[in-house]
Design a protein around this ligand. Structure first.
Ligand code: B1M
Length: 231
Protein backbone atom coordinates (compact mmCIF):
# COMPACT_ATOMS: atom_id res chain seq x y z
CA UNK A 1 0.00 0.00 0.00
CA UNK A 2 1.37 3.46 -0.83
CA UNK A 3 1.97 5.86 2.03
CA UNK A 4 -0.78 8.10 0.64
CA UNK A 5 -3.31 5.32 1.22
CA UNK A 6 -2.56 4.89 4.91
CA UNK A 7 -5.38 6.18 7.08
CA UNK A 8 -3.72 6.97 10.38
CA UNK A 9 -6.91 6.78 12.41
CA UNK A 10 -7.44 3.17 11.29
CA UNK A 11 -4.06 1.95 12.57
CA UNK A 12 -3.62 0.21 15.91
CA UNK A 13 -1.68 2.19 18.52
CA UNK A 14 1.54 0.25 17.88
CA UNK A 15 1.30 0.58 14.10
CA UNK A 16 0.44 4.26 14.38
CA UNK A 17 3.51 4.89 16.52
CA UNK A 18 5.72 3.08 13.99
CA UNK A 19 4.10 5.03 11.16
CA UNK A 20 4.78 8.26 13.06
CA UNK A 21 8.44 7.31 13.35
CA UNK A 22 8.48 6.92 9.55
CA UNK A 23 6.59 10.18 9.03
CA UNK A 24 8.97 12.04 11.32
CA UNK A 25 11.90 10.58 9.42
CA UNK A 26 10.30 11.82 6.20
CA UNK A 27 9.58 15.27 7.67
CA UNK A 28 5.79 15.01 7.24
CA UNK A 29 4.59 17.71 9.61
CA UNK A 30 0.83 17.43 8.93
CA UNK A 31 0.86 13.65 9.42
CA UNK A 32 2.75 14.06 12.70
CA UNK A 33 0.23 16.62 13.92
CA UNK A 34 -2.61 14.29 12.94
CA UNK A 35 -0.94 11.32 14.67
CA UNK A 36 -0.44 13.30 17.86
CA UNK A 37 -4.11 14.29 17.82
CA UNK A 38 -5.25 10.68 17.32
CA UNK A 39 -3.12 9.33 20.18
CA UNK A 40 -4.37 12.06 22.51
CA UNK A 41 -7.97 11.28 21.53
CA UNK A 42 -7.30 7.64 22.35
CA UNK A 43 -6.37 8.65 25.89
CA UNK A 44 -2.57 8.66 25.65
CA UNK A 45 -0.88 11.04 28.06
CA UNK A 46 0.97 13.93 26.41
CA UNK A 47 4.19 12.58 27.95
CA UNK A 48 3.74 9.15 26.37
CA UNK A 49 3.01 10.72 22.99
CA UNK A 50 6.14 12.85 23.35
CA UNK A 51 8.48 10.07 24.40
CA UNK A 52 7.12 7.02 22.54
CA UNK A 53 6.05 8.64 19.27
CA UNK A 54 8.11 11.81 18.84
CA UNK A 55 11.32 11.45 20.86
CA UNK A 56 11.75 7.79 19.89
CA UNK A 57 11.27 8.77 16.22
CA UNK A 58 13.71 11.64 16.54
CA UNK A 59 16.26 9.31 18.12
CA UNK A 60 16.25 7.30 14.89
CA UNK A 61 16.71 10.53 12.91
CA UNK A 62 19.53 11.60 15.23
CA UNK A 63 21.34 8.29 14.87
CA UNK A 64 21.13 8.33 11.08
CA UNK A 65 22.29 11.96 11.06
CA UNK A 66 25.27 11.04 13.21
CA UNK A 67 26.07 8.10 10.92
CA UNK A 68 25.93 10.21 7.76
CA UNK A 69 22.76 8.53 6.40
CA UNK A 70 20.65 11.68 6.78
CA UNK A 71 21.87 15.19 6.04
CA UNK A 72 21.05 18.68 7.25
CA UNK A 73 18.04 19.35 4.93
CA UNK A 74 16.33 16.11 5.94
CA UNK A 75 17.03 16.73 9.61
CA UNK A 76 15.63 20.24 9.37
CA UNK A 77 12.43 18.80 7.84
CA UNK A 78 12.20 16.13 10.54
CA UNK A 79 12.83 18.76 13.20
CA UNK A 80 10.10 20.92 11.68
CA UNK A 81 7.64 18.00 11.75
CA UNK A 82 8.65 17.36 15.34
CA UNK A 83 8.03 21.01 16.17
CA UNK A 84 4.48 20.67 14.76
CA UNK A 85 3.79 17.81 17.16
CA UNK A 86 5.55 19.57 20.02
CA UNK A 87 3.44 22.69 19.55
CA UNK A 88 0.31 20.63 20.25
CA UNK A 89 1.87 18.85 23.24
CA UNK A 90 3.72 21.75 24.86
CA UNK A 91 0.73 23.38 26.65
CA UNK A 92 -0.58 19.95 27.69
CA UNK A 93 2.82 18.90 29.01
CA UNK A 94 3.11 22.07 31.05
CA UNK A 95 -0.39 21.51 32.41
CA UNK A 96 0.29 17.86 33.31
CA UNK A 97 3.75 18.53 34.75
CA UNK A 98 5.63 15.88 32.74
CA UNK A 99 9.16 15.21 33.99
CA UNK A 100 11.68 17.28 32.10
CA UNK A 101 15.08 16.20 30.93
CA UNK A 102 16.67 19.51 31.85
CA UNK A 103 16.86 23.08 30.64
CA UNK A 104 19.36 24.51 28.20
CA UNK A 105 20.15 28.12 27.42
CA UNK A 106 21.72 28.31 23.98
CA UNK A 107 22.98 31.12 21.79
CA UNK A 108 25.51 32.09 19.15
CA UNK A 109 28.36 34.13 20.60
CA UNK A 110 29.02 37.84 20.29
CA UNK A 111 30.07 38.98 16.82
CA UNK A 112 28.61 35.92 15.12
CA UNK A 113 25.31 35.81 13.25
CA UNK A 114 25.35 32.19 12.04
CA UNK A 115 22.34 30.41 13.51
CA UNK A 116 21.36 27.46 11.32
CA UNK A 117 23.42 24.91 13.25
CA UNK A 118 22.44 26.41 16.60
CA UNK A 119 18.75 26.25 15.61
CA UNK A 120 19.16 22.64 14.64
CA UNK A 121 20.73 21.83 18.00
CA UNK A 122 17.88 23.67 19.78
CA UNK A 123 15.26 21.72 17.85
CA UNK A 124 16.93 18.37 18.41
CA UNK A 125 17.29 19.12 22.12
CA UNK A 126 13.59 20.01 22.34
CA UNK A 127 12.85 16.84 20.44
CA UNK A 128 14.77 14.88 23.04
CA UNK A 129 12.62 16.36 25.83
CA UNK A 130 14.82 19.25 26.95
CA UNK A 131 13.43 22.69 27.58
CA UNK A 132 15.39 25.14 25.42
CA UNK A 133 15.75 28.88 25.81
CA UNK A 134 17.19 30.20 22.57
CA UNK A 135 18.97 33.53 22.93
CA UNK A 136 19.50 33.89 19.19
CA UNK A 137 22.70 35.37 17.76
CA UNK A 138 25.41 37.83 18.76
CA UNK A 139 25.26 37.21 22.51
CA UNK A 140 27.47 39.07 24.96
CA UNK A 141 28.54 37.37 28.18
CA UNK A 142 26.02 39.36 30.25
CA UNK A 143 23.16 38.01 28.14
CA UNK A 144 24.20 34.39 28.77
CA UNK A 145 24.69 34.92 32.51
CA UNK A 146 21.43 36.73 32.96
CA UNK A 147 19.48 34.01 31.09
CA UNK A 148 21.19 31.15 32.96
CA UNK A 149 20.20 32.63 36.30
CA UNK A 150 16.71 33.75 35.25
CA UNK A 151 15.86 30.37 33.73
CA UNK A 152 17.46 28.17 36.37
CA UNK A 153 19.18 26.35 33.51
CA UNK A 154 21.17 23.13 33.76
CA UNK A 155 23.09 23.53 30.53
CA UNK A 156 24.76 26.39 28.68
CA UNK A 157 25.16 25.81 24.94
CA UNK A 158 27.28 28.13 22.84
CA UNK A 159 27.72 28.16 19.08
CA UNK A 160 30.38 29.87 16.95
CA UNK A 161 31.07 29.52 13.23
CA UNK A 162 33.94 31.95 12.84
CA UNK A 163 37.53 31.51 13.93
CA UNK A 164 37.38 35.13 15.04
CA UNK A 165 34.37 34.60 17.34
CA UNK A 166 35.10 31.18 18.84
CA UNK A 167 37.56 32.61 21.45
CA UNK A 168 34.62 34.51 22.91
CA UNK A 169 33.38 31.23 24.39
CA UNK A 170 36.36 31.36 26.73
CA UNK A 171 35.36 34.86 27.83
CA UNK A 172 31.96 33.49 28.88
CA UNK A 173 33.44 30.46 30.68
CA UNK A 174 36.09 32.59 32.43
CA UNK A 175 33.40 35.00 33.59
CA UNK A 176 31.40 32.10 35.02
CA UNK A 177 34.55 31.00 36.86
CA UNK A 178 35.28 34.51 38.18
CA UNK A 179 31.76 34.73 39.57
CA UNK A 180 32.00 31.27 41.16
CA UNK A 181 29.20 29.98 38.93
CA UNK A 182 31.07 27.61 36.64
CA UNK A 183 30.19 24.45 38.57
CA UNK A 184 26.48 25.28 38.41
CA UNK A 185 26.23 24.56 34.71
CA UNK A 186 27.10 21.93 32.14
CA UNK A 187 28.83 23.89 29.36
CA UNK A 188 28.58 22.44 25.85
CA UNK A 189 30.09 24.15 22.81
CA UNK A 190 29.82 23.57 19.08
CA UNK A 191 30.31 25.03 15.63
CA UNK A 192 32.19 24.06 12.49
CA UNK A 193 35.63 25.57 13.34
CA UNK A 194 35.79 24.04 16.85
CA UNK A 195 37.22 20.70 17.90
CA UNK A 196 37.61 18.67 21.07
CA UNK A 197 40.98 20.15 21.88
CA UNK A 198 39.56 23.67 21.70
CA UNK A 199 36.64 22.67 23.91
CA UNK A 200 39.05 21.32 26.52
CA UNK A 201 41.39 24.31 26.27
CA UNK A 202 38.64 26.84 27.01
CA UNK A 203 37.26 24.81 29.93
CA UNK A 204 33.98 23.59 28.41
CA UNK A 205 32.55 20.28 29.60
CA UNK A 206 32.30 19.00 26.06
CA UNK A 207 32.61 19.90 22.41
CA UNK A 208 29.67 18.62 20.32
CA UNK A 209 30.42 17.82 16.71
CA UNK A 210 26.79 18.01 15.65
CA UNK A 211 23.23 18.23 16.95
CA UNK A 212 22.89 14.50 17.51
CA UNK A 213 26.08 14.45 19.56
CA UNK A 214 24.84 17.49 21.50
CA UNK A 215 21.69 15.59 22.48
CA UNK A 216 23.60 12.46 23.49
CA UNK A 217 26.17 14.49 25.43
CA UNK A 218 23.51 16.52 27.22
CA UNK A 219 21.61 13.36 28.16
CA UNK A 220 24.69 11.71 29.63
CA UNK A 221 25.76 14.80 31.61
CA UNK A 222 22.24 15.25 32.99
CA UNK A 223 22.12 11.56 33.98
CA UNK A 224 25.47 11.97 35.78
CA UNK A 225 24.17 15.09 37.53
CA UNK A 226 21.04 13.26 38.71
CA UNK A 227 23.10 10.29 39.90
CA UNK A 228 25.46 12.60 41.81
CA UNK A 229 22.50 14.31 43.48
CA UNK A 230 21.01 10.92 44.49
CA UNK A 231 24.31 9.64 45.92
CO1 B1M B 1 29.32 32.41 6.88
N1 B1M B 1 31.14 31.71 7.11
N2 B1M B 1 30.02 34.22 7.06
N3 B1M B 1 27.53 32.93 6.53
N4 B1M B 1 28.98 30.61 6.49
C1 B1M B 1 31.28 30.27 7.21
C2 B1M B 1 31.25 29.82 8.65
C3 B1M B 1 32.70 30.05 6.52
C4 B1M B 1 33.43 28.79 6.98
C5 B1M B 1 32.50 30.08 4.98
C6 B1M B 1 33.82 29.97 4.25
O1 B1M B 1 34.50 30.94 4.10
N5 B1M B 1 34.18 28.80 3.79
C7 B1M B 1 33.43 31.38 6.91
C8 B1M B 1 34.22 31.36 8.22
C9 B1M B 1 35.71 31.32 8.00
C10 B1M B 1 36.47 31.36 9.27
O2 B1M B 1 36.05 31.83 10.29
N6 B1M B 1 37.66 30.84 9.20
C11 B1M B 1 32.29 32.37 6.94
C12 B1M B 1 32.41 33.76 6.85
C13 B1M B 1 33.82 34.27 6.59
C14 B1M B 1 31.32 34.63 6.96
C15 B1M B 1 31.34 36.16 6.90
C16 B1M B 1 32.50 36.83 7.64
C17 B1M B 1 31.31 36.53 5.41
C18 B1M B 1 31.45 38.01 5.15
O3 B1M B 1 30.59 38.77 5.48
N7 B1M B 1 32.56 38.35 4.55
C19 B1M B 1 29.99 36.51 7.52
C20 B1M B 1 30.11 36.65 9.03
C21 B1M B 1 28.93 37.32 9.64
C22 B1M B 1 29.02 37.23 11.14
O4 B1M B 1 28.71 36.20 11.71
N8 B1M B 1 29.46 38.28 11.79
C23 B1M B 1 29.18 35.31 7.17
C24 B1M B 1 27.81 35.33 6.94
C25 B1M B 1 27.05 34.23 6.59
C26 B1M B 1 25.61 34.29 6.16
C27 B1M B 1 24.79 35.34 6.91
C28 B1M B 1 25.53 34.57 4.68
C29 B1M B 1 25.16 32.80 6.37
C30 B1M B 1 24.56 32.56 7.77
C31 B1M B 1 23.05 32.45 7.75
C32 B1M B 1 22.52 31.97 9.07
O5 B1M B 1 23.18 31.27 9.83
N9 B1M B 1 21.30 32.37 9.34
C33 B1M B 1 26.47 32.07 6.30
C34 B1M B 1 26.59 30.68 6.06
C35 B1M B 1 25.30 29.95 5.73
C36 B1M B 1 27.81 30.01 6.14
C37 B1M B 1 28.13 28.55 5.80
C38 B1M B 1 28.14 28.47 4.26
C39 B1M B 1 27.20 27.48 6.32
C40 B1M B 1 27.00 27.48 7.84
C41 B1M B 1 25.85 26.55 8.19
O6 B1M B 1 24.74 26.99 8.42
N10 B1M B 1 26.10 25.23 8.15
C42 B1M B 1 29.57 28.37 6.44
C43 B1M B 1 30.42 27.37 5.71
C44 B1M B 1 30.52 26.05 6.47
O7 B1M B 1 30.34 25.98 7.66
N11 B1M B 1 30.86 25.06 5.74
C45 B1M B 1 30.01 29.77 6.61
C46 B1M B 1 25.08 24.21 8.38
C47 B1M B 1 24.93 23.96 9.90
C48 B1M B 1 23.85 22.92 10.12
O8 B1M B 1 26.17 23.46 10.38
O9 B1M B 1 26.59 25.56 11.69
O10 B1M B 1 28.35 23.73 11.53
P1 B1M B 1 26.94 24.16 11.60
O11 B1M B 1 26.28 23.45 12.87
C49 B1M B 1 26.43 22.09 13.18
C50 B1M B 1 27.64 21.79 14.08
O12 B1M B 1 28.70 22.70 13.92
C51 B1M B 1 27.06 21.74 15.47
O13 B1M B 1 25.77 21.19 15.24
C52 B1M B 1 25.24 21.76 14.04
C53 B1M B 1 24.26 20.80 13.45
O14 B1M B 1 24.80 19.52 13.25
N12 B1M B 1 26.88 22.96 16.24
C54 B1M B 1 26.69 22.89 17.60
C55 B1M B 1 26.78 24.24 15.88
N13 B1M B 1 26.55 25.01 16.92
C56 B1M B 1 26.48 24.22 18.01
C57 B1M B 1 26.25 24.52 19.35
C58 B1M B 1 26.23 23.49 20.26
C59 B1M B 1 26.45 22.15 19.84
C60 B1M B 1 26.69 21.85 18.51
O15 B1M B 1 25.99 23.82 21.53
C61 B1M B 1 25.88 22.84 22.46
Amino acid sequence: MADDDIILSELSDDDLVLQMHDDLYDGLKEEIEEGVGILLERGWTPYDVLTRALVAGMTIVGADFRDGILFVPEVLLAANAMKGGMAILKPLLIATGAPRMGKMVIGTVKGDIHDIGKNLVAMMMEGAGFEVVDLGINNAVEKYLEALEREGADILGMSALLTTTMPYMKVVIDTLKEKGLRENYIVLVGGAPLNEEFGRAIGADAYCRDAAVAVETAKSFIARKHNALRA
